[in-house]
Design a protein around this ligand. Structure first.
Ligand SMILES: *Cc1c(COP(=O)(O)O)cnc(C)c1O
Ligand SMILES: [Zn+2]
Length: 486
């Protein structure tokens, strides 16, 4: 296949380009991030997004089955034979009617893009399939990443299935067990470094450069190509309509950056007519983007964001020996490597940034769970943010909103069990002296091993059971949930 792809420096002032056969983690001239860019041949592209639906009929062919690669015309950097797919992206847009109602939204306007359904349980698989494909193109054998957990889980899975050696760097004590267990089980060499994520990332970049390991963090521009497809699937779920808002948690800011690029390209190619707005939600304990955008007022500024202000902020954080802290470990990052790309995405999508507290995150997570969608704390930042944005009128109740649920609920059962039982999490800064429960805590009931006590504890009479049987429907009774107040 004749490739139309190349790598290009993010900085318009530099604009250096590189062949896609090169393995780079930044521009060799100026050190900026790289993008994958294409010399599109419109004749080779579908005339409308609807044409992608033809591939639904061909699910036995792995590239058409993959929720990433059935859009391969929109990330055309690899010959089909090089593609490493394990069936990622079988995720879909769910209309969360009840949850939307609970938040006071107009009927049918809240959607959840449930990326927890990916093979490793998080959206990271969308990017990993693309980066492994590039690793295969350049003949890499050893692949490495620093991770708050999900990147390492995804890397370990793709490495094991595609014949690579995976190497993962994890910060001490911060990773959720669901994620760590995956890296270990899939045979990745796992290094626990006595430092936070930001420290791990610096180390893995140095080590990879020295040993020639292929770096899989989101500085890898190929990963973001795969993550664009999350947006394509949202459009697909809306019959190729564009929603009013996309809401996503912000950690290292790769995902939101990929979303911005996806819409920029679709618009330029004439495949959509309008771009949705973007809301990126930080955790209050890891809120660098929120500070940069809302306090320091830094903008994309045609590719020249005010780097001095960002540098000064980082120097301040260093001087104060600041380390991020949030229950949402997947977004516990204070130096997001894709910061500038995120500023570009905010520009493209007329976006905004907000932050939410851990308490808001946990309450939102419980509310999502009560409606039957399991997600980890970082993912729940979307709904927590949405509640605030509806309350302050930034998002109207009438608008159509798609929230990306980034990771599966089983990734971090610790946080969930804590919420419902009061048992402290290992990630807590200071375990509270008294057990604390959330507003929607569903406490397990202690009961003696004896029939009358068990029946009494269930608090049900024969009568209510018979009634529910006759209608064939048991009330889960969301009516009893506290309504979100503005
Ligand atoms: C990685 C991750 C995030 C953060 O995504 P970025 O691209 O780093 O901003 C959010 N949620 C989950 C579950 C993740 O694994
Ligand atoms: Zn450059």
């Amino acid at each position: 296949m004749k490739t139309i792809a190349h790598q290009q420096c993010l900085s318009p002032a530099c604009n250096a380009t590189y062949d896609i056969g090169q393995t780079l983690t930044g521009c060799q001239k100026c050190g900026e991030l790289l993008d994958i860019r294409y010399d599109w041949d419109k004749a080779q592209l579908p005339k409308s997004l609807k044409e992608f639906e033809k591939r639904w009929h061909n699910r036995r062919f792995p590239l058409d089955h993959s929720g990433v690669w059935r859009f391969r015309d929109l990330l055309p950097f690899a010959a089909d034979a090089m593609i490493c797919t394990i069936g990622e992206g079988q995720t879909f847009l769910q209309n969360a009617q009840c949850l939307g109602h609970q938040l006071g939204m107009w009927p049918g306007q809240l959607y959840l893009q449930y990326e927890g359904l990916n093979p490793s349980g998080s959206f990271k698989d969308n990017g990993m399939t693309a980066a492994f494909t590039h690793a295969r193109i350049v003949g890499a054998r050893h692949v490495a990443c620093a991770s708050t957990g999900n990147t390492s889980a995804s890397l370990a899975l793709y490495a094991a299935q595609n014949g690579f050696q995976g190497i993962v760097f994890i910060g001490s004590g911060k990773v959720a067990f669901g994620k760590l267990s995956q890296a270990l089980d899939y045979g990745a060499k796992t290094l626990q470094i006595a430092g936070d994520f930001d420290a791990c990332l610096r180390r893995v970049r140095d080590v990879s450069a020295q040993l020639g390991l292929y770096l899989m963090n989101s500085v890898n521009p190929f990963r973001l190509e795969g993550q664009k497809t999350i947006m394509y699937r949202i459009l697909e779920g809306l019959n190729w309509d564009v929603p009013d808002w996309i809401v996503v948690p912000g950690g290292n800011l790769g995902n939101c950056s990929a979303f911005g690029k996806a819409f920029e390209e679709l618009l330029a190619l004439g495949l959509i007519r309008k771009v949705p707005r973007l809301a990126i939600i930080n955790a209050a304990g890891a809120n660098t983007l929120n500070t940069v955008v809302n306090k320091l007022r830094v903008t994309w500024n045609n590719g020249n964001p005010d780097s001095q202000k960002i540098k000064a902020l980082y120097a301040e954080m260093d001087a104060a020996n600041y380390h991020p802290h949030t229950i949402a470990s997947a977004i516990e990052i204070s130096r997001p490597v894709n910061l500038k790309k995120a500023l570009r995405a905010l520009h493209i999508m007329n976006g905004i940034v907000a932050e939410v507290t851990d308490k808001q995150i946990l309450e939102a997570k419980a509310l999502i769970g009560r409606h039957g969608y399991g997600c980890e704390p970082a993912s729940a930042a979307t709904i927590a943010g949405l509640v605030d944005l509806l309350a302050n009128g930034t998002i109207s109740r009438r608008q159509r909103v798609a929230c990306v649920l980034t990771g599966h609920g089983l990734k971090d059962p610790d946080a969930t069990v804590h919420y419902h039982t009061g048992i402290p999490t290992k990630n807590a800064k200071q375990p509270p002296a008294e057990p604390t429960w959330g507003r929607l805590a569903n406490k397990p009931i202690q009961v003696a091993d004896d029939l009358p006590s068990i029946i009494a504890a269930l608090g049900m009479s024969q009568n209510t059971l018979e009634n529910s049987e006759s209608t064939g429907y048991v009330e889960t009774n969301t009516a009893n949930l506290p309504f979100i107040e503005y």
